[in-house]
Design a binder for this molecule. Structure first.
Ligand code: FMN
Length: 160
């Protein structure tokens, strides 16, 4: 079972979860980065505003060809109760994803809002079957049990 773990991370938390999944389940890490990075001055007024309005940022890599993978794990930080503009763009950039399975997760301060529902809908529109989702808040992201639940979900998707 080959898998890829696609994620965006501004301050490192979503990346940390991705790396733990990679360590436990294997697979390729694909970090998505906005071509124009945000900084402390721009991330809330510009990044948060763009997330709130469901925008897509220009990203690297520009295309994400998942033909060679059986399943995907996709992780986003929550910005303004929604996925980040980089993850909106990453879902749009998926190539050959039809019929593949995905487990999705979000990390947040405590209010994930519509994040999971929006990702699920965008992926299903592309023919991806979302077989599991998980939200981590500030506390649970440090809780090994919750990370293990995600790992179990990823492994279960592989044998389903
Ligand atoms: C622009 C911006 C908007 C945010 N909006 C939310 C939000 O709506 N709800 C929430 O619980 N946390 C919010 N947060 C906190 C992040 O979701 C949380 O710190 C996340 O784990 C960061 O992931 P990262 O370190 O991978 O970037 C926001 C953070 C930023 C920078």
């Amino acid at each position: 079972m080959s898998r890829c773990i696609i994620y965006h991370s501004y301050s490192g938390i979503t990346r940390g979860v991705a790396k733990k999944v990679r360590a436990a389940c294997g697979g390729d890490l694909i970090e998505v980065k906005p071509k124009k990075n945000y900084n402390a001055l721009t991330v809330y007024p510009l990044g948060g505003y763009r997330a709130m309005n469901d925008k897509k940022d220009p990203i690297n890599p520009e295309k994400i060809d998942v033909a060679g993978y059986d399943m995907m794990v996709i992780g986003t930080p929550v910005w303004a109760w929604k996925p980040t503009p980089a993850i909106n763009a990453a879902i749009a950039a998926l190539k050959d994803c039809k019929g593949k399975k995905a487990v999705i997760y979000a990390t947040c301060g405590g209010q994930a809002g519509e994040t999971i529902a929006i990702m699920r809908k965008a992926l299903e529109k592309k023919g991806v079957e979302v077989v599991g989702d998980m939200v981590f808040d500030k506390k649970t992201v440090r809780d090994g049990r919750k990370i293990n639940e995600l790992i179990v979900m990823v492994n279960a998707a592989a044998i389903a």
